[in-house]
Design a protein around this ligand. Structure first.
Ligand code: NAP
Length: 249
């Protein structure tokens, strides 16, 4: 049995564990296990993979996506640019373990966004400036889409929510929610943007996938905007992780 798992803390409900165990069952993969490894202190990570040679990969989530970088031997180009890792591989040769860190949130976002883009979608507003937003910035730069960061504090972004007006919204046709506002159970909350200035030319993308339709997306849809939740991004990154782990020698 080879082993994969999720590192984070705390780890309550996990999409990943259910996703991979369902996949293993459906695809009759019987020689891999996926489990949760809630470690509060990332310095405990080396002991975990060194004590059990069956580990060959992990997913990494909050709060370790940045700190894990000092435990890997190499970063992928995306992880290096984004400065966050959500997937690692462990290749072993004798006693030596070689760790590489990847960021697959970026590919999940890119591949789920690209099919929706039209000629009218020229510039973006990114709401929130945390870890997930960094992967979104990387993809927007890669796609050549200029963006402004909307943050609660002036120091942390280009604009604050109270500075948004009809002109700014007219000029930014893609609005991406990278804040946790509207996540279950607080489903009656939404980012404070002037929804009355949203129209059919807008594309509203929410990284949140629970609920399926956040209040942010619902209010955009009511104004005629195209909407997209974070579920495909999550699925694409999960499959990309699997592909990466399968290349470990
Ligand atoms: P995070 O670092 O905890 O927060 C992101 C940013 O949101 C913060 O830096 C903050 O930016 C803003 N924010 C936080 N609390 C807020 C509040 N009460 N009101 C307004 N803004 C607030 O989270 P993250 O890891 O970047 O993740 C962000 C969201 O993306 C989460 O909902 C997560 O579940 C989702 N996500 C989805 C996927 C996917 O595959 N679909 C992948 C990764 C993450 P400012 O301080 O600059 O305002």
């Amino acid at each position: 049995m080879r082993k994969l798992g999720l590192l984070g803390y705390p780890l309550g409900h996990s999409f990943s564990k259910k996703y991979y165990l369902d996949k293993f069952q459906k695809e009759q993969i019987t020689d891999v296990d996926y489990d949760l490894y809630p470690i509060a202190d990332i310095r405990d990570f080396p002991t975990l993979y060194q004590q059990d040679e069956r580990f060959y990969g992990f997913n990494v989530t909050i709060p370790h996506k940045q700190a894990i970088m000092s435990f890997v031997d190499e970063l992928s180009e995306e992880a290096e640019a984004i400065q966050a890792v959500n997937c690692i591989t462990i290749a072993r040769e004798g006693d030596r373990a070689y760790l590489k860190g990847y960021n697959t949130d970026a590919i999940g976002f890119e591949e789920s966004l690209k099919p929706l883009l039209g000629a009218q979608h020229r510039k973006a507003l990114v709401l929130g400036n945390g870890g997930a937003a960094k992967a979104v910035f990387y993809v927007l730069r890669k796609l050549g889409i200029p963006y402004l960061i909307v943050s609660r504090t002036k120091e942390n972004g280009d604009l604050t929510y109270s500075e948004l007006d009809a002109d700014i919204l007219k000029d930014h046709q893609i609005i991406i929610n990278c804040s946790p506002i509207g996540t279950f159970p607080k489903i009656d909350e939404a980012p404070q943007i002037p929804y009355e200035s949203i129209g059919a030319e807008h594309l509203l993308y929410d990284l949140i996938y629970n609920p399926e339709e956040t209040l942010f997306l619902r209010r955009g849809k009511e104004r005629g905007a195209q909407t997209k939740n974070g579920y495909d991004m999550l699925l694409i990154q999960a499959e990309k992780n699997w592909e990466i782990w399968n290349n470990v020698q």
